[in-house]
Design a protein around this ligand. Structure first.
Ligand SMILES: [Zn+2]
Length: 229
């Protein structure tokens, strides 16, 4: 990733200043990746960033779910690979407190005929972790396989979209979406918002039907792009 150039804003997003309530935190099914020696360098980044975790955002239907929109168009979902600056800071929790602390790769998800092979490894585990707080080992997952073939991207400095919502993220959003199947995105929607020892607090079955934060204008943030599709 190198050679990005300044452009105007086509990608709309901006961090929300006020934090989400605690109810929103639970809506993320998160895969921790502390043991993976995956590192990110170059492009808009100074130093080395290490993968901490990845997670997905999705919507009630396939016409919503991504946290970034492209020319106003939302995608069915968005995968976030969260990295922290391990060259400059001693820990993830320290890195979160600095503007150059985190780098998040965003992969837009569209629904199509084909299932995504690597995402399927997670989808297969979902029946075993239906409730909040449940954990399961993932086996071998190669996050590099989540990325699209075309690695053109947009980048801008922003914030986390979930607590602590700190201004600590260098966002890198790939222009080319990857395809997941209807069955795969439906599997994410079966996750529950509550733990096994809680009574379902919601209507229906307390499912996480959506967990994305609607995009806001880019504001005065400077967005740059690298490559074109
Ligand atoms: Zn996210």
């Amino acid at each position: 990733m190198a050679g990005e150039v300044p452009i105007g804003g086509r990608l709309k997003t901006e961090p929300r200043r006020h934090p989400y309530g605690p109810g929103d935190v639970r809506l993320l099914a998160r895969v921790s990746a502390p043991d993976l020696a995956l590192q990110l360098t170059g492009g808009p980044l100074h130093g080395t960033y290490k993968l901490e975790q990845f997670h997905c955002h999705w919507g009630r239907s396939n016409t919503e779910g991504s946290e970034h929109t492209v020319d106003g168009k939302p995608y069915a979902g968005e995968l976030h690979l969260v990295h922290w600056n391990c060259e400059k800071y001693p820990s993830f929790s320290e890195a979160v407190q600095h503007p150059d602390g985190l780098a998040v790769l965003g992969v837009l998800l569209q629904v199509g005929e084909e299932s995504h092979e690597e995402i399927e490894k997670i989808v297969q585990l979902i029946p075993h972790i239906q409730f909040k707080g449940q954990k399961i080992p993932t086996g071998t997952i190669d996050p590099a396989k989540f990325l699209p073939a075309d690695v053109s991207y947009w980048t801008y400095p922003g914030s986390l979209t979930t607590p602590p919502c700190s201004e600590s993220v260098i966002w890198i959003i790939f222009k080319q979406p990857v395809t997941v199947s209807e069955r795969q995105v439906e599997a994410f929607r079966t996750l529950r918002t509550y733990s096994p020892d809680e009574i379902c607090p919601c209507e229906g079955e307390g499912q996480v039907l959506y967990n994305y934060r609607p995009p806001l204008p880019l504001g005065n943030r400077i967005m740059r792009e690298c490559g074109s599709m």
